[in-house]
Ligand binder design. Structure first.
Ligand code: NAP
Length: 247
């Protein structure tokens, strides 16, 4: 059994990935930023079903936190064989010219730098060129990278565009070292990220207008991520897979 690190595993898509991964035989490191109760609920549900999991607090945008996350996960659960770069925030809502710079910076730091820092740690441990056994990385991008999220989240969409670039670049860099890197790009998915302070739940506004007439579920995204992590996807690297119901 090898260890899967799921950043932002406490809620939404990350929680769905954590639970599904444990059912498929991964030992799961459930990372979270501040919601210890939510992370603990995921860990307890996994253990109750007979799986292995531990919760680890840590800010993915902080280099020391990321190193500690990987060190502690490896110590508690065993060698790292997979990483899901899932932690993300949408940042300030509204027009770009009205967005505060600290909110923009935090959006770029968590989504882009966080994915880069975690990928560095994963490659250092998994690369066959460094004595590792190989593994897989799945990044959470977004179809916002194509749509641009005008009037809502342009900085976020910009960050997700960078995730597409990270995916293709890193995939090619480590392709001969036993590591595959892919990006899953969800559309409108029913999680708490849709609840925007002062605006409400974006699903109320947009779900019915989706091609399928509904938003997607976290489990529908998790299925795709688990498949990309598995040997069934052994010749897939550098790929972008939309899970967007045709949007
Ligand atoms: P969510 O329900 O808001 O959950 C976000 C998760 O990220 C939480 O577990 C949160 O931890 C964690 N997190 C936030 N900042 C963090 C940090 N600095 N360090 C570590 N963990 C942090 O979000 P979601 O909808 O599941 O989204 C997951 C990913 O999918 C994100 O990358 C998002 O951009 C992407 N995505 C989502 C959608 C969608 O429609 N939902 C669409 C496209 C892409 P706490 O519980 O401790 O706060």
């Amino acid at each position: 059994m090898s260890t899967l690190i799921v950043t932002g595993g406490s809620r939404g898509i990350g929680a769905a990935v954590s639970r599904m991964a444990a059912r498929r035989g991964w030992a799961v490191a459930v990372n979270y930023a501040s919601n210890a109760a939510a992370a603990d609920a995921v860990v307890q549900a996994i253990r109750a079903a007979g799986g292995r999991a531990e919760g680890f607090q840590g800010d993915v945008a902080d280099e020391a936190d990321v190193r500690a996350l990987f060190d502690n996960a490896e110590k508690a659960l065993g060698p790292i064989g997979g990483l899901v770069n899932n932690a993300g925030i949408v940042g300030p809502y509204g027009r770009l010219d009205e967005a505060p710079v600290d909110g923009i910076r935090r959006t770029l730091d968590i989504n882009i730098l966080g994915s880069i820092l975690c990928s560095q740690e994963a490659v250092r441990r998994m690369s066959t060129a460094r004595g590792g056994k190989g593994g897989a990385i799945v990044n959470l991008g977004s179809i916002a990278a194509d749509l641009g999220s005008a009037t809502e989240f342009v900085a976020y969409a910009t960050a997700k565009g960078a995730i597409d670039s990270l995916t293709i670049g890193l995939a090619r860099e480590v392709a001969k070292e036993g590591i595959r890197v892919n990006v899953v790009r969800p559309g409108l998915i029913d999680t708490e990220i849709q609840i925007v302070p002062g605006v409400g739940n974006r699903l109320d506004k947009f779900a019915a207008a989706m091609p399928m007439g509904r938003a997607g579920t976290a489990d529908e995204v998790a299925e795709t991520i688990l498949w990309l992590l598995s040997d069934a996807a052994s010749y897939i690297t550098g790929a972008q897979l939309n899970v967007s119901g045709g949007r």
